[in-house]
Design a binder for this molecule. Structure first.
Ligand code: CO
Length: 130
């Protein structure tokens, strides 16, 4: 009888393992479809003079950071290269033209270092999520 139970457990094991692999890991960040419409717990970071005006922000998990390009004549983006979003499929944000915005809700705590892809040497920032 005990042997039968053991056999049943061993038989079920591969299925349990397969199910665990099917479940996608939770996304560390969520990119808002409409950055300008973001409301509530939003921290704004302006982009101007080839820099992120508030290069370091500290927030709580669940809060949103919105970047707005206020610089005429230069497009910029937000590209997470270190931290929980490093391997996220959309870690590299789209280029923002003047007055365009990009908003991200941070789900997973951690330190998210980011750059502007074409100006990586001078445009750096970080979001610390507690
Ligand atoms: Co830039």
């Amino acid at each position: 009888m005990r042997l039968l139970l053991l056999a049943a457990l061993v038989a079920a094991l591969p299925f349990a393992t397969a199910r665990a692999q099917d479940a996608a890991p939770p996304a560390p960040i969520e990119i808002l479809a409409d950055a300008k419409a973001a409301s509530g717990d939003v921290v704004d970071v302006d982009i101007q003079s080839m820099s992120f005006a508030t290069p370091e922000v500290k927030i709580k998990a669940g809060q949103t950071v919105r970047w707005t390009n206020k610089e005429e004549g230069a497009a910029h983006n937000v590209h997470f290269r270190n931290g929980p979003a490093k391997t996220f499929a959309k870690a590299r944000g789209p280029m923002l033209n003047l007055n365009e915005a990009y908003a991200v809700t941070f789900v997973q705590p951690g330190t998210y270092d980011y750059i502007c892809t074409p100006h990586s040497a001078m445009m750096k920032g970080k979001v610390i999520v507690e």
